[in-house]
Write a protein that binds this ligand. Structure first.
Ligand SMILES: Nc1ncnc2c1ncn2[C@@H]1O[C@H](COP(=O)(O)OP(=O)(O)OP(=O)(O)O)[C@@H](O)[C@H]1O
Length: 954
């Protein structure tokens, strides 16, 4: 059974086979054939069908015409079309041989060449007999008797043999018989001719037809098409070479019927094939139908492939996603990537980006959506979009009208002294009040560490009611730190300015609370703990976290502090200072271009303030854009006042203490200033005070512990009581929420106040770091003097020790000295030698001769610290004169100034800081070049009042 098609209904099951053995036979048809109706189907010659006959008419027909005859006879299979195609199945099952057929009247051919028969019981169904059918031979018959009804049914396998024309249809008992004419297969060129079915005629006519050139070319074309179909089917069904032999063994006109019958075509197409008696027409029709079938197979294949491809792709993706989810779960990272993209998209919608940025962001988002999370670039794209969404494109903090008086009060409240600086800030604020858009100068506070530069900048922000952001530029050597890296770099990041402006959004704070809020919450929780060292530490941690997280702001008009602007360097990675030029220039910063961001961002609304320790390292173009405000170091008296008014209350508050627990008397603060700090600012002083507060906190906590367990005089909560019952060890008490830190403090008021005394001071801070008598002790020997030097921490003093030893009059210098200071030493020696007589050095003996036989060694103590500069000139001269004259120098005298060979003392820098340093060390007399006198104008008059300043020294 090489070909097989099947159509099954409930009662009639038909199968169509092609019996190749029958193909070679030629059959002579009788003139009258019993007719089996074939509803809406066509049996073509060469096809084999299997029919299950159940209706009385078909059973009768099979019984009389096939079963009872010894030699299996022929019957005619005639296509029947009903008017309602949809009811075909039911008609076939119930209609064939139904009673209505037996009662039907003789059919008459109609105008279209068919026969109409009106069923008596189904008046509305018009039966249309086709005028052409196919004579069929029964290949196999089987009879079945249903039990218990005794109903007989037949299964018949029929083989289509050849076409016939119905002349007349008449009833024979329950079934129909027809007078037929066999159809000539030959006349290839002529129209259909109906001739009596004489075998000899047919053979000769076939031979004739096969000579026809049109027929020959059609045959070739058909064979090619048939070949194509067969190859396609073989390929599809993987049945190599089994069907090709059909092409060589079966005549084309038969093969045309066989191939067309092998696939599903419409009833009309089947009828037209049946009607194609003319061989050329039949071949053309077959070529058309086979071709159509080939195309439909190809289209179906394409669709199948596409669907299969899509399915497998989506299945693969699904599997991978499942695996990824499992891995993430294992790693404890349950963040869904899709959520990330959705979150970014949502954030973008609220970012208020300008249209051009929005367009760019959308493009990037589209790219991101097409990416797989594992794909390189997915993360960087995600981070970039987050940055775009986080930046405050439009958001500004509200600026209420500036109240200058309030600003002044706030500045005075936070800072002691600094009158000139505060005055300048008030002027600055006044200009901003009158002209908010004024491109005022960028204020740059210059001074030693700890003198309040940063806190002044922060006060400006609070006076302007703006957010404050601090960007540390210390040690920045890479231009990318300011401008960002280009996104093409791996690990690229935006510059510090853009990063600082970014909206703070912690991934860990999905409940809408930002990190600052979280720390605040912890801070409040810590406040509820009783006083203990743990509580103190926790409070400090929270405070630190709050202050560091608060540096992120979400508006485009904050006050931005560029801290340590003098500490930027430059190397092969570029010059950050030149990038800052663009930032600080009001004309350029409207369209600041961060390389990472790659779109302009408007920085013109940002109020920039800078700080520096020194002016010199700041490149002149950058300095030109700023207004320098110098802050000097503090005198001990100022430090004392700052400590009493600002630092002690702040330190106590920070440690959860109050003056009821800890008192630091004024005298003790003075001692701290004298013995433990020698700085220009107050940072170390604050640190020392904090150390005292910590110590006090531990003491208070220890007392508190004793009070709880011992005296039981503190009101306990019920929870506390329960705990005491459960366990003897109680470390923590739960205090009701309404109790504030003051309340907590009050609750321990039974503990005595801790007043810091000298002994306690030494116990906590250790032995004094600085000795007031040190200077006096050290300069007790001739040849030792005190010089004044400038450092980045403000001014300081420097001892210079000179001594002689047997030698050839050489000069030895030690103490990590630079070239300039070495040269100063040589100049000083030359100068002293040249003026030995004038200086009356001979009074101590033959000093000139002594000098020539002696080597001179000058040492600068603190040898680990490099020293350089010309300002040690007069100090060196003084040291040598003291040495040669063997006269001690006054311990309360210090000096500075560059010495020339001719005896001129030239002015040097940092006079204010140096004078302040002298003051810190208790030095009462300062010797300076005369031309530095104008610098003294800026030294606080209180200092100068207690000091003797000697000008000009020759
Ligand atoms: N005049 C002052 N009045 C009150 N407190 C002051 C004063 N000067 C400094 N302080 C305090 O000293 C501490 C250090 O100040 P700040 O951090 O502003 O110093 P800075 O000059 O910025 O130092 P650095 O150069 O190291 O950054 C702060 O707690 C500040 O409040």
């Amino acid at each position: 059974m090489p070909f097989y098609t099947k159509a099954v209904s409930n009662s009639v099951r038909r199968s169509i086979f092609f019996c190749l053995s029958a193909m070679e036979e030629t059959v002579e048809l009788p003139s009258r054939l019993a007719i089996l109706p074939f509803w809406n189907k066509v049996l073509l010659p060469g096809a084999v069908i299997r029919i299950c006959c159940t209706s009385p008419s078909s059973v009768k027909l099979v019984e009389h015409e096939l079963w009872q005859k010894e030699k299996k006879g022929l019957i005619g299979v005639l296509p029947v079309k009903d008017s309602e195609g949809a009811a075909v199945g039911s008609l076939l099952s119930s209609g064939i041989g139904s009673d209505s057929w037996e009662q039907g009247r003789k059919g008459e051919p109609n105008a279209t060449g068919g026969f109409h028969k009106q069923d008596a019981k189904k008046p509305r169904e018009l039966t249309h007999w086709h005028s052409r059918g196919v004579a069929a031979r029964a290949l196999h018959l089987s009879r079945e008797v249903e039990k218990p009804s005794g109903r007989v049914t037949y299964v018949v396998v029929l083989e289509g043999l050849s076409r016939f024309n119905v002349q007349e249809l008449s009833a024979r008992g329950k079934y129909y018989v027809a007078n037929i004419n066999g159809l000539d297969l030959s006349s290839a060129g002529q129209s259909e001719v109906i001739i009596p079915c004489k075998l000899t005629n047919r053979c000769s006519l076939l031979e004739q037809a096969e000579q026809d050139p049109d027929f020959i070319s059609l045959s070739r074309q058909f064979k090619a098409t048939a070949m194509e179909l067969i190859s396609l089917l073989e390929q599809k069904q993987k049945l190599e070479g089994k069907k090709r032999f059909l092409l060589d063994t079966i005549p084309v006109y038969r093969l045309a019927d066989i191939l067309v019958a092998s696939f599903e075509i419409s009833f009309e197409e089947q009828l037209s094939m049946l009607d194609s008696v003319n061989l050329k027409v039949r071949l053309s029709k077959a070529i058309e139908l086979v071709d159509q079938h080939i195309q439909s197979i190809r289209v179906a294949e394409k669709i199948t492939q596409k669907v299969e491809g899509q399915l497998s792709k989506s299945q693969r993706e699904f599997l991978l996603k499942q695996q990824m989810r499992a891995i993430k779960e294992e790693l404890g990272d349950n963040d869904d990537c899709e959520d990330d993209v959705a979150a970014v998209e949502r954030k973008m919608q609220n970012a208020g980006m300008p249209p051009n940025i929005w367009k760019l962001a959308q493009r990037e988002l589209r790219r991101l959506k097409k990416m797989q999370p594992q794909q390189p670039g997915y993360n960087s794209s995600c981070v970039y979009l987050e940055l775009l969404a986080d930046l405050p494109w439009r958001k500004v903090s509200e600026e209420p009208e500036l109240d200058l008086k309030a600003a002044k009060v706030s500045l005075d409240r936070d800072h002691y002294g600094l009158l000139k600086v505060k005055q300048r800030i008030i002027e600055y604020l006044a200009v901003r009040k009158l002209k908010p858009d004024a491109q005022g100068p960028v204020l740059c506070f210059v001074g030693p560490p700890g003198v309040g530069k940063t806190s002044l900048a922060s006060s400006i922000a609070s006076a302007l009611s703006k957010k404050f952001i601090r960007i540390s530029l210390g040690g920045v050597k890479d231009e990318a730190d300011i401008r960002g890296h280009r996104r093409t770099y791996i690990g690229s990041m935006p510059g510090r300015l853009i990063d600082g402006l970014k909206w703070y959004c912690s991934h860990g704070s999905k409940n809408g609370m930002d990190t600052n809020d979280t720390y605040l919450k912890h801070f409040i929780a810590c406040q509820l703990l009783p006083s203990s060292a743990t509580r103190v530490l926790l409070l400090q941690c929270c405070r630190f976290a709050i202050s560091s997280s608060a540096k992120r702001v979400a508006v485009r008009n904050p006050v931005m502090l560029l801290d340590e602007i003098d500490k930027t360097g430059s190397d092969v990675r570029g010059d950050p200072a030149s990038a800052l030029l663009e930032v600080l220039d009001p004309e350029q910063n409207k369209t600041f271009n961060d390389h990472y961001l790659n779109v302009p961002f408007d920085l013109s609304k940002v109020t920039f303030v800078a700080t520096a320790n020194r002016v010199q390292p700041i490149p002149p173009p950058l300095l030109d854009r700023m207004e320098v405000i110098e802050l000097l170091g503090y005198t001990p008296e100022e430090k004392l006042k700052i400590a009493l008014k600002h630092l002690i209350p702040r330190v106590l508050e920070q440690h959860g203490l109050s003056s009821q627990f800890l008192q630091i008397p004024e005298g003790i603060v003075k001692l701290i200033i004298q013995r433990y700090t020698r700085e220009a600012g107050v940072r170390n002083l604050e640190r020392n005070l904090a150390a005292l507060a910590r110590a006090a906190a531990v003491k208070v906590a220890e007392k508190d512990f004793m009070v709880h367990l011992g005296k039981d005089n503190h009101p306990k909560t019920s929870l506390m009581n329960t705990r005491l019952v459960d366990t003897a060890e109680v470390e923590m008490e739960v205090i009701p929420l309404s109790v504030d830190s003051q309340g907590i403090s009050n609750s321990f008021s039974s503990a005595s106040v801790m007043i810091i005394d000298e002994a306690m001071l030494e116990k906590v801070l250790g032995p004094p770091r600085f000795d007031e008598k040190e200077t006096a002790d050290r300069v007790a020997t001739p040849g030792i003097v005190v010089g004044l030097v400038w450092t980045t921490f403000g001014g300081d003093i420097q001892f210079i020790e000179a001594t002689t030893m047997v030698g050839k009059g050489d000069l030895h210098l030690t103490g990590q000295l630079g070239d300039v200071i070495k040269e100063s030493a040589h100049i000083a020696l030359t100068w002293v030698r040249a003026r030995a007589a004038d200086l009356n050095l001979s009074t101590a003996g033959d000093h000139i001769g002594l000098l020539e036989k002696q080597d001179i060694h000058i040492h600068f103590p603190a040898g680990a610290v490099p020293k350089d500069g010309p300002s040690a000139g007069i100090t060196l001269v003084t040291a040598l004169v003291s040495l040669f004259s063997q006269r001690k120098v006054r311990a309360d005298t210090a000096m500075t100034g560059e010495m020339t060979l001719k005896g001129l003392v030239l002015p040097v820098g940092g006079i204010k800081d140096k004078v302040l340093a002298a003051n810190r060390y208790g030095i009462k007399r300062v010797i300076l070049p005369e031309r530095n006198s104008k610098d003294l104008a800026e030294v606080p008059s209180a200092i100068l009042a207690g000091m003797e300043v000697l000008l000009a020294f020759i």
